[in-house]
Design a protein around this ligand. Structure first.
Ligand code: FAD
Ligand code: SIN
Length: 519
């Protein structure tokens, strides 16, 4: 890889790829992905992308729904920006080749999901993310200025710290010069210098045992930025998707899109009775935090591990056309949605918090931008509205591109940056210790920092996490970095941030629900 770049993009989901396509018109771009290039949360997105398309929907309604879901903790200016810019950015996805489904009259088939007061979700069947990634990759592959390096793992971003200058969280002059990147095949750690680093590393679902996120979602970008002293916020707001398919032993948990409820499916208990109206007048289509908490409560009342989604009264011909992936998955497990209820259970799904950025995607570290799920723009507040995530990613990749390209000519590549210092480290004695530590983090977070929390549970969580933290830091000091070790370290960092932010919030709001502060 050219180790001197104008733009180093860490991450190949919708955020990183859409940024790269634009930035490549202004300079050299390197994209690194830690796994196969197409393995990202984006590739698993089902329901679609929200955007006001035509009347009777309106910008005001989408803004109101986003604020309502976010319990008013959203940044209103950002909500307005994202909702207003949605159509232009979605049109760009279409120009790059994304095919969104249309109805018989040739208009876009706009779906509905929880918390939306109108039909405004553009989708490609129930595999919207896969289709977006297909289109973006085919555009990227034609671009001579973009180099993609898959199976390259970013360990840390480079700052003054690596030049031997002490920096603290209070310093405002921290800047980044690039990143140390592990080539997983050669095991070398490269120094990649760049004028701008664009963090597009996605979420952190792997902090929990049950998650819809694929293995890549270990919160690396948030942890790297936090270690580099960037401001991080809203980490207590971990979104659990209400309806992942209950299929113990499978990983990741297969999602049964909220759009299925938008299509008319209803949640039922073990006796076949609807229960959501007890909790919210919007029933099965209430915002996610409410539905996930209600399912959790019902599972506890009934002493069971799952609830049901009833699709049996739906038009199956249309259901199969819209949700072929979900239909096929259910059938493969012997569940026929036409006749059987689908067993569902909440699963960790989305990280609302992350690296704090301004309206141009700029973090508190000079030269570091954050876009997509790893960023905290203020759009989501205490709970993300369904299908606002893909939207946020493309709006902010555009804004970050505008800002970064405006100032790129004034920026220089840093000199005198040292190579990675591997002295005093050796290969790990037993990988199983690392694997086990990761499982323990997931166990702590699932037992004590899930959908329902309390001060006591959070105290227990932090005490147990501290032991793991010490063990893994000790291991890290003496071991040559491997992806697994770095990811485990990052997950411990993420868990710490979630617990710390949760402990500081003395109220129940949105996705943070505490027994000590419930009404
Ligand atoms: P991702 O798409 O997750 O990409 C992250 C990239 O970063 C990957 O390429 C990964 O390899 C790379 N990376 C991470 N760490 C490192 C590292 N250390 N070094 C190198 N590379 C690294 N949202 C919606 O709006 N609508 C939906 O319908 C929807 N459905 C969803 C369904 C599922 C099952 C899931 C899991 C999520 C869904 N979401 C949906 C959420 C949405 O998909 C994600 O928030 C969004 O795709 C995140 O995009 P991203 O570009 O920020 O990150
Ligand atoms: C879904 O299809 O239910 C996921 C939508 C989202 O997470 O925004």
């Amino acid at each position: 890889m050219n180790t001197q770049l104008d733009f180093l993009v860490i991450g190949g989901g919708i955020a990183g790829l859409s940024f790269a396509l634009k930035a490549a018109e202004k300079g050299t771009v390197g994209i690194i992905t830690k796994d196969d290039a197409k393995e990202s949360n984006t590739s698993y997105a089902q329901g679609g992308i929200a955007g006001v398309w035509n009347e009777p929907d309106s910008i005001d309604k989408h803004i109101a729904d986003t604020l309502d879901a976010g319990a008013g903790l959203n940044n209103k200016t950002i909500v307005e920006i994202v909702v207003r810019e949605a159509k232009d950015r979605i049109n760009e996805l279409i120009e790059w080749g994304t095919q969104f489904d249309k109805n018989a009259s040739g208009a876009y088939d706009l779906a509905k999901e929880g918390g939306h007061s109108d039909n405004r979700i553009l989708h490609h069947k129930d595999i919207t993310g896969k289709e977006i990634i297909r289109a973006l990759f085919s555009a990227i592959q034609k671009h001579p200025n973009i180099k993609i390096l898959q199976h390259h793992f970013a360990i840390d971003i480079i700052t003054q710290h690596h030049l031997g200058i002490k920096i603290t969280r209070k310093d405002s002059g921290v800047e980044t010069y690039g990143a140390y990147v592990l080539n997983k095949k050669t095991k070398e750690i490269n120094t990649v210098l760049a004028k701008n680093v664009i963090m597009a590393t996605g979420g952190a679902g792997l902090a929990y045992k049950v998650t819809t996120n694929p293995l890549i979602a270990t919160g690396d970008g948030i942890a790297m930025a936090y270690r580099a002293k960037a401001e991080v916020r809203d980490m207590e707001f971990v979104q659990f998707h209400p309806t992942s398919l209950h299929n113990p032993g499978s990983f990741p948990s297969f999602l049964v899109s909220e759009a299925v409820r938008g299509f008319g499916a209803v949640l039922k208990d073990q006796d076949g009775k609807e229960f959501m109206n007890k909790y919210d007048e919007r029933g099965s289509l209430a915002p996610r935090d409410i539905v996930a908490r209600s399912i959790d409560a019902e599972m506890k009342i009934h002493g069971v591990d799952f609830m049901y989604l009833d699709c049996t009264n739906l038009n199956m011909k249309k259901f199969k056309a819209h949700f072929p992936n979900i239909y096929t998955k259910c059938k493969s497990l012997g569940i026929d949605p036409a006749f059987d209820f689908i067993p569902v259970v909440p699963a960790a799904h989305y990280t609302c918090g992350g690296i704090v950025v301004d309206e141009h995607g700029q973090s508190s570290i000079k030269g570091l931008y954050a876009i997509g799920e790893c960023a905290c723009t203020g759009l989501h507040g205490a709970n993300r509205l369904a299908s606002n995530s893909l939207l946020e990613a493309i709006v902010f990749s555009h804004r970050a591109f505008l800002k970064a390209s405006e100032i790129i000519s004034e920026e220089t590549i840093a000199v005198n940056v040292p190579q990675w210092d591997a002295s005093g480290t050796e290969a790990p004695e037993e990988m199983v210790l690392i694997t086990q530590s990761q499982r323990e983090v997931q166990g702590i977070m699932s037992s004590y920092v899930g959908i329902v929390r309390s001060d006591l549970r959070l105290k227990r969580a932090i005490e147990r996490l501290e032991i793991l933290y010490r063990e893994v830091e000790e291991l890290y000091e003496k071991t040559t970095p491997s992806q697994k070790l770095c990811e485990t370290r990052n997950l411990i960092n993420i868990a710490y941030l979630i617990i710390k932010f949760a402990s500081n919030r003395k109220e129940s709001i949105g996705l943070h629900y505490s027994l000590d502060y419930s009404k």
